[in-house]
Design a binder for this molecule. Structure first.
Ligand code: FUB
Ligand code: ZN
Length: 647
């Protein structure tokens, strides 16, 4: 299957155009100012820990120092370079469908600095160049050198594709040449992989872009070598100690790094969530380019483990702050979870790759769930504030006082010391056009109902719809006969399809196969009722609770619109009485779902426990908003799961 170049997909959806405009006009200029330390913003540590870098970004300054254009020391996380690469990738993605002279000039300037920062032998990582040159490629358990290289590759491809200016692509290729020289199964080569996966998926992209098979082979090497020698990282530590190069003597957690065995033998989602999912994405990419049944089985099992046991209803993943990691199955606490924006983004990537291997409804379901909930919640509606952690329940007082919630922010900060999420959000959302359609020979896969025009090589297709809010999709097609694949959304009711110059050939497992002739017209109609979501009884946090979903959106309640969130009791019989009230707010997007319900009376006396006291319930109304919009109106308690109650 192939994606379409972004200049072939013209997004006309109001919902998504707003985001694309926001990213181009607000987010990217703002992010550049922050990366250049040009504006004073509150750069917070990602969790309460005074040892973590915060206060400024310094990401571009690090490149300037490495390039000899400025003096000073490296500041920030050792993977700070990747923030800049992701920003360039976002610009590249935007420029692929729309010119923007200002953004392009700014990106050129940044790229020029990067070019100058690269060493003659191709190596490029400002942290090691400036701080520990003797430890290059020698601390792979934490170094992120190849992780940063991966983001460089992705940025370089996006920018070259958009502008044809190959400077950054040359940098990336020279860095990869240096990596190929140092890593491999040859004598004197390093037989290990970066602690943080990313280069694997990026190398496959580089192979796709250049057609050079050596990049695919290198990606295969990194997936193969991981976990092959389980002592690899510990040996690195021992050698550095013995040679007096470093005094660090950590005990390496191989589960955190997904290096406890080779990926092809891994069958569970464990350890650091973003690493796990970038790796799984890389594995799935390899499977679709060069089929490997063992690797595919590992992908399938990891997928099942996530979506059947470890994924939040918002598409968030990573249940614990410790190691930003997956934990056991059904362990999904709503208020101490991690649910990093990057992890949700990585789940979108993994799902998309899995769909391309086997186009089943479940992959699109997860992509949609994570996109409209756990990813969009990552940024504020102003495009300039960002969550790293995306909770499903916030009690402001508890977040301020409970040290176990030091990572749960009650407001999206201006920026973060560990700023992986904000530019990841920008590059992913600006690439939305890439996820809507796929093609394979004479087949077109329409994955998302997003109003857009698709200009294929020999056909054109247009989707007219107000989705995610509207309930109809009108598809028109001009071109030679083809087969179109559509999805019946899992949350939809009364899904109906009518065709002109087209014929439904199959409608099974919520996948619809339609034969298209020239001038075909297809109209889809469906309802998006408010639905009560129940979780598997093994999820102890959600026993006796429900969440509300309408269309692709999970809803939540805030104390801005309600009071004492824990007192609301939802009666399943009342769900169908929910009504939507549109409210124009600053961002013009807020739709409030008003749900009749019950509310437990508060106790008048301040006491903690009573004997034999049933709840006294009064009729009430809960005002819910789409989860992704929470936290845009100031600090507030927030809740997704509500107790069932009332008659
Ligand atoms: O380590 C690089 C990125 O920073 C990870 O993907 C995130 O989880 C954050 O730790
Ligand atoms: Zn992140």
């Amino acid at each position: 299957m192939k994606t379409f170049d972004l200049n072939r997909v013209v997004i006309t959806s109001n919902f998504w155009q707003k985001y694309l405009r926001l990213i181009r006009k607000e987010t990217l200029p703002y992010q550049l100012q922050v990366l250049k330390d040009d504006i004073v913003v509150d750069v917070q540590a990602e969790r309460k820990d005074d040892s973590l870098p915060a206060g400024k970004s310094h990401a571009i300054e690090n490149f300037k120092i490495a390039a000899g254009l400025a003096e000073g020391e490296h500041f920030g996380w050792f993977f700070q370079d990747s923030d800049v690469y992701k920003w360039i990738e976002s610009v590249g993605v935007i420029l692929q469908s729309q010119s923007d002279a200002d953004l392009e000039a700014q990106a050129d300037e940044v790229i020029d600095t990067i070019v100058q920062a690269q060493e003659d032998d191709g190596y490029l990582n400002t942290y090691f160049q400036l701080k520990y040159p003797k430890l290059k490629y020698r601390q792979l358990y934490f170094s992120h050198e190849l992780y940063c290289a991966g983001h460089l590759i992705e940025a370089a491809i996006a920018y070259d594709k958009a502008t044809g200016k190959g400077a950054l692509l040359d940098v990336a290729k020279r860095f990869v040449a240096n990596i190929s020289e140092h890593f491999g199964y040859g004598p004197n080569q390093i037989q290990g992989a970066d602690g943080h996966q990313e280069i694997e998926l990026a190398l496959v992209k580089l192979y796709d872009y250049t057609g050079d098979k050596s990049y695919l082979r290198l990606a295969q090497f990194f997936i193969d070598v991981r976990g092959k020698d389980v002592d690899f990282y510990q040996k690195e530590v021992a050698t550095n100690l013995a040679e007096g190069l470093s005094e660090d003597n950590p005990v390496i957690d191989l589960t955190y790094l997904q290096a406890y065995k080779q990926p092809k033998h891994q069958h569970h989602a464990v350890g650091h969530a973003v690493r796990m999912l970038y790796m799984a994405t890389g594995m799935a990419k390899l499977v679709s380019r060069d089929f490997d049944s063992e690797l595919y089985q590992a992908c399938l099992d990891i997928w099942d483990d996530i979506v059947k046991r470890k994924m939040y209803v918002t598409g968030g993943v990573g249940s614990t702050v410790r190691g930003e990691a997956f934990v056991g199955g059904y362990d999904l606490p709503n208020d101490t979870m991690y649910c990093e924006t990057c992890a949700s983004i990585a789940l979108l990537y993994f799902a998309y790759e899995m769909f391309q291997i086997s186009p089943k409804a479940e992959y699109i379901d997860v992509m949609e769930r994570v996109l409209y909930n756990g990813i969009l919640s990552g940024a504020a509606a102003d495009g300039k504030h960002f969550f790293y952690v995306n909770p499903l329940e916030v009690d402001v007082d508890s977040c301020h006082h409970n040290p176990d919630k030091g990572h749960v922010k009650t407001r999206r900060p201006d920026w973060l010391g560990c700023a992986c999420c904000p530019p990841n959000f920008a590059r992913t959302i600006s690439s939305i056009g890439q996820y809507i359609y796929l093609e394979s020979k004479d087949k077109i896969y329409l994955n998302f109902y997003i109003a857009s025009r698709l200009n294929g090589k020999d056909f054109s297709l247009e989707q007219k719809t107000d989705f995610p809010f509207g309930n109809t999709v009108e598809i028109t097609y001009h071109g030679p006969c083809k087969t179109l694949y559509l999805q019946e959304p899992y949350w939809s009711k009364d899904f109906m399809i009518t065709c002109e110059n087209a014929q439904v050939l199959q409608h099974e497992h919520r996948r619809v196969k339609v034969f298209l002739e020239d001038r075909a017209k297809i109209i889809l109609r469906f309802k998006q009722p408010a639905l009560a979501v129940t979780s598997n009884p093994k999820v102890r946090e959600n026993i006796g609770k429900i969440a509300i979903q309408k269309g692709p959106f999970i809803y939540c309640a805030q104390t801005i619109q309600n009071s004492d969130l824990k007192c609301y009791r939802i009666n399943l019989k009342m769900i169908n009485q929910a009504i939507v009230e549109e409210k124009t707010d600053d961002f013009g997007m807020l739709k409030i779902l008003k749900l009749p319900c019950y509310k437990a009376d508060l106790w008048q006396k301040e006491e903690l426990y009573r004997f034999n006291h049933g709840e006294t319930l009064s009729l009430s109304e809960l005002h819910l908003i789409p989860y992704y919009l929470w936290g845009n109106q100031g600090e507030t308690d927030m809740q997704v799961w509500f107790s069932i109650g009332g008659k």
